[in-house]
Ligand binder design. Structure first.
Ligand code: HEC
Length: 121
C-alpha cells in the first residue's frame, strides 16, 4: 500500500476527486502565499498564524494558537467547502478574523484546499 504512487491512491478514492497535480500546485501556492505565517508540518510550533497540519476535519480556532474570539467562536468545522469559502473572503465568513489573505482565483483555491486536505497531523 505504501508503495502505491500518490496519484493512483487518490484515483482510487471516488469521494476525493483530487489529483496529485492539484496537491503539488497547492503546495507551491502555500509556500508562496501562506508559509510566511503558517506551518504545515505536524508538531511544528505555530507562526504568525496557526499550524495547518490536520486542519481539515478540525474545529476552527482549535489548534494551539492565540486566535481571535471571532474565529474561536465561529463554530465552523473545516471542510473543503468551508475552507474554500474562508479563502474566498475570510472576513465575510468570519467577521473579525485576523486572517486577511484572500485568494481570488477559484482554481488556486481548489489547489490550496487539496494541499491542505493532504496534510496530516
Ligand atoms: C499574514 C499572515 C497570514 C498569511 C499570509 C496567511 N494567514 Fe491564514 N491565518 C493567519 C492568522 C493570524 C490566523 C488566525 C486568525 C484568527 O485568529 O482570527 C489564520 C487562520 C487561518 C486558518 C484557520 C485555521 C484554524 O486553525 O482555524 C486557515 C485555514 C488559514 N489561515 C489558511 C491560510 C492559507 C491557506 C493561507 C495562504 C493562502 C493563509 N492562511 C495565509 C495569518 C495568515
Amino acid at each position: 500500500m505504501r508503495l502505491l504512487p500518490l496519484a493512483l491512491l487518490l484515483g482510487l478514492l471516488p469521494l476525493a476527486p483530487v489529483s496529485a497535480q492539484d496537491v503539488a500546485a497547492g503546495a507551491a501556492l502555500f509556500k508562496a502565499r501562506c508559509a510566511v505565517c503558517h506551518r504545515s508540518e505536524a508538531g511544528d510550533r505555530p507562526g504568525i498564524g496557526p499550524n495547518l497540519a490536520g486542519v481539515v476535519g478540525r474545529r476552527a480556532g482549535s489548534a494551539p494558537f492565540v486566535y481571535s474570539d471571532a474565529l474561536k467562536n465561529s463554530r465552523i468545522v473545516w471542510t473543503t467547502k468551508t475552507l474554500n469559502a474562508f479563502l474566498t473572503a475570510p472576513g465575510a465568513l468570519v467577521p473579525g478574523t485576523r486572517m486577511v489573505v484572500e485568494i481570488d482565483d477559484a482554481r488556486e483555491r481548489a489547489d490550496l484546499v487539496a494541499y491542505l486536505a493532504s496534510l496530516r497531523k
